[in-house]
Structures are given as C-alpha cells and as structure tokens.
Design a protein around this ligand. Structure first.
Ligand code: KE4
Length: 433
C-alpha cells in the first residue's frame, strides 16, 4: 500500500493541529506509523486519500453499528439540514429522541441531550454530586469517561495508549475528589467506601469496560456494585457511551439485568453525529436546571441534524433487533479465530479485544483489570496491527481499545478477516527473535 497523499496531509496537519490530529489516539503513535487520512466510507469499508480500502473494525470508535453512510440515516440528515442547521431553540426531534431513549432504556425517565460523551459523563457526575450533596466519586483504573478534569485519573483509552494514565493541567483538588478502585474487585470498592464513609456521591463504571481493551464484568461484580451503592446511598452511574444500544437495544441494563441510577450514552445514540445524552429517574433528573439547581447547558445540545441521525439509527435498531444476534455471532467468530492461534480474547456481544498477553506468570492469559491489560506486549500488538493494515484490515491502533463489528460486516468479510488474523499474528510470531 502507498500513503503518499496521507503523508503530505499529515505533514500539513502537524503545522496547525497538535500532533496533526483532533484526538490523540488517531495519531497511530502506539503502532509506530503515521495515520492515513480518510476520504469517504461506505458500509464496512473506509477509503483513504490514496485510494486504499480498509475493512473497518474501529467504526469511528463505536457509532457505526449500522455500517458507514447508512442510506436512511444520510437521507434523513440531508433533508433536515435543508431546513436550517441550528436554532438554539427546542425542536420536536429532541422530544422524539428523548422518548425513543426511554422506550429502549425505561430506567431513563428523563434525559438531557449534549454534544459529546465527555459532556454527558461530566454532567451526570455533577448531577450525582448535586443530588446527594456529597463530593467524592469512585471510578475504576482503566475506565475512560472522557476528558473532563475530574475523570482524567488513571484513565484508559488514549491515556493508557500513551502510558500516561493521568493528565497534566488537572488541579490536585479535582483529582483528590476522584477515588480509583480496581475493576472486577468489589473489595477495593468496599475499602474506599469505608475510608470515605458518607462522602461518596457516585460510582461511575463502564458496565463492560472497553477502554483497556474489552474487560467484561466478572460474575456478580455489577450486582455487588448495585448492592453496596444502594446500601450506602451512593448513586451508580453506568457510562454507556460505548455499551449503550450496542450490547443490546437496552444496553447494559438489558444485557446484564443490573440497573443503574444514572446512564450516559454517546456514539450510537447520535448515529455518528456529535450527540450524547445523560439521564435517569425523574426524581434525580429533576435537579437539573432550569427545573433544579444543577446547571448544565450547551449551544448545540439537541442539534437538529444530530438528533435526526440519532432518531433514524435508533428506529432502524428498534425495527430490526435481529441485528444484535447477527453482530454478536460475527464477533464470536472473530474471537474464535484469535483463540485458535493462542491469543487471549475478551468479548461482550459485538465488542471484543485480542490481548497480546505475556505468557508467563500465574495470571497468564487472563485480562480482568487495568494491571493485567498493562502487562500486554505492545510491540507484538503493533506488529499485528501493521500487518493487518497492510492486508486492508483496520483495527484500533492501540491494544487498549475495542474491536467493533457492524451490521455491514457480512459473513464473507468476517471469514476473510479470520484468515488475515491468522496470517498477521503467526507472521508476527515468526518474526520474534
Ligand atoms: P467523547 O467525549 O469522546 O464523545 O466520549 C468520551 C467517552 C466517554 N465514555 C466512554 C466509555 C468512552 O469510551 C468515551 C470515548 N471513547 C473513546 C474511544 N475509546 C473515544 C475515541 C477518542 O478519544 O478519540
């Protein structure tokens, strides 16, 4: 493959944009090469400015559950844009999307639309603090909840990719109110709740972690979290920016049977446009301004084009819930391909991740938390990534992200991927000294 035009564009980009990208993980830093620049996408395929074609398992980090440029979504957005892009005033579409979210996730009796997952989680945490009158929150090492100051503590995704779990520029005071527990370790949560008795407003968790690679909750972990938060008057926030409408139409609460107090959504709920949401019971959400005292606002919140993309996407998912069976089965097939060549794979529905674990040690082969994930062989991952890319298959450029399957990844494409996985990993191994 040749990347001359991408190289030129990347050089230009670096002049005016930090790192040449508008989000760090896109810089391909962890896989030792420069990024390609996308020209267009259709279905399961991405096309770059040099005319290369890639089978896309990043799906824009999750929104693309239907495949790129779904005709029904594109047409609806084109139509609504012709009537004006933004009004800063309420529109019927926002009400329709709020009602659809409630139908899919009945726990969300009231919802506020915002423009990014970061905004959704930041706002949900503020609501939890305003509702409980408490200050501290507990998050989990390796979970990523966007880049708001208080949540950039031992975070996953791009921070883990760069091995910098915290960020410069976050005042010590903010970080002090964020306590970090170990994912899948309920004792670590109990200890923090005891040490900070009566001071914790909420526990925010990815119900299936997907920002340290994919790490599903161990049996009983979410149930225990629900139990102890109820006992101690602590709100439970499910950060479903990735899992929402992905694990099932009803997201994690449908997939696991555990119900949270507040939910955040992003990615799929906006159909690929800048839209996210947070919501929960009427009681809790009634403290949001202008109804209550917790302030949150946004010029483009509930933007008509983004809302339309979200409505069409949710409607398609509601009309054909068979999609979940299809994408889960395809993800299962991919997982089997990785396992057949000895890799550790974690999967939850259509979310999966192959880990290049070190084979030694008593926990060889299992990745159940941040520490396990950190022990992965990032060099081996980089070799696999680059071989897959050379073969026209684009997986996330980081060991600490998820592989996403869409409804556009037809079975023949899955089979082709399975063959390429074997070749890419085994070649990798042969290359090792
Ligand atoms: P955004 O602000 O990027 O829309 O959402 C933040 C966020 C919140 N919660 C969870 C569970 C998330 O996964 C995310 C964002 N996900 C990353 C990918 N792991 C976005 C990709 C990027 O940062 O470029």
């Amino acid at each position: 493959m040749k990347w001359d035009k991408s190289e030129k564009m990347f050089h230009r980009a670096q002049e005016r944009i930090p790192g040449g990208v508008n989000s760090p993980v896109r810089a391909f830093g962890a896989v030792g090469r420069h990024p390609f620049f996308v020209e267009r996408a259709q279905g399961a395929w991405l096309y770059d400015v040099d005319g290369n074609r890639y089978l896309d398992y990043v799906c824009s980090w999750g929104p693309g559950i239907l495949g790129h440029a779904h005709p029904r979504v594109v047409e609806a957005v084109q139509k609504v844009c012709a009537r004006g892009l933004t009004f800063g005033a309420p529109t019927a579409g926002e009400v329709e999307l709020a009602e659809l979210i409630n139908i899919c996730v009945p726990d969300v009796e009231m919802v506020r639309l915002v423009s990014s997952g970061t905004e959704a989680v930041m706002s949900a945490v503020r609501v939890a603090r305003g509702y409980t009158g408490r200050e501290k929150i507990i998050k989990f090492a390796g979970n990523y909840h966007g880049h708001s100051d208080g949540l950039l503590v031992k975070a996953g995704s791009g921070l883990m990719t760069q091995s910098v779990p915290d960020s410069a520029g976050v005042p010590a005071g903010y970080a002090a109110s964020t306590l970090t527990a170990v994912y899948n370790d309920i004792e670590s949560v109990g200890a923090l709740l005891e040490e900070n008795h009566g001071q914790v407003a909420a526990i925010v968790v990815e119900p299936v972690a997907a920002n340290m690679g994919v790490v599903p909750p161990k049996k009983g972990f979410l149930e225990d979290l629900r139990r102890i938060t109820k006992e101690q008057g602590v709100l439970l926030i499910f950060d479903e920016v990735i899992t929402g409408f992905r694990l099932a139409l009803g997201g994690a609460s449908q997939y696991t049977g555990v119900h949270a107090d507040l939910y955040t959504f992003g990615k799929i709920v906006g159909g690929g446009m800048p839209l996210a949401a947070y919501g929960g019971s009427r009681d809790i959400m009634s403290c949001v301004s202008p109804l209550g005292k917790v302030y949150q606002a946004g010029t483009l919140s509930g933007n008509p084009a983004a809302v339309t993309a979200g409505i069409e996407t949710l409607k398609i998912l509601m009309e054909d819930t068979g999609i979940y069976e299809r994408i889960d089965a395809r993800a299962k097939r991919l997982a089997e391909a990785f396992q057949s060549i000895g890799l550790t794979v974690n999967r939850a529905g259509s979310l999966l991740c192959a880990f290049f674990t070190q084979d030694s040690g008593e926990r060889a082969g299992s990745v159940e938390n941040y520490e396990d994930a950190c022990r992965c062989d990032k060099e081996a991952f980089a070799g696999y990534f680059n071989r897959m890319l050379e073969q026209g298959i684009y997986v996330a450029p980081s060991q600490f992200e998820a592989m996403f399957v869409s409804d556009a990844h037809a079975d023949d494409l899955i089979e082709m991927t399975c063959e390429t996985i074997a070749a890419s990993v085994l070649t990798n191994n042969r290359q090792e000294p």
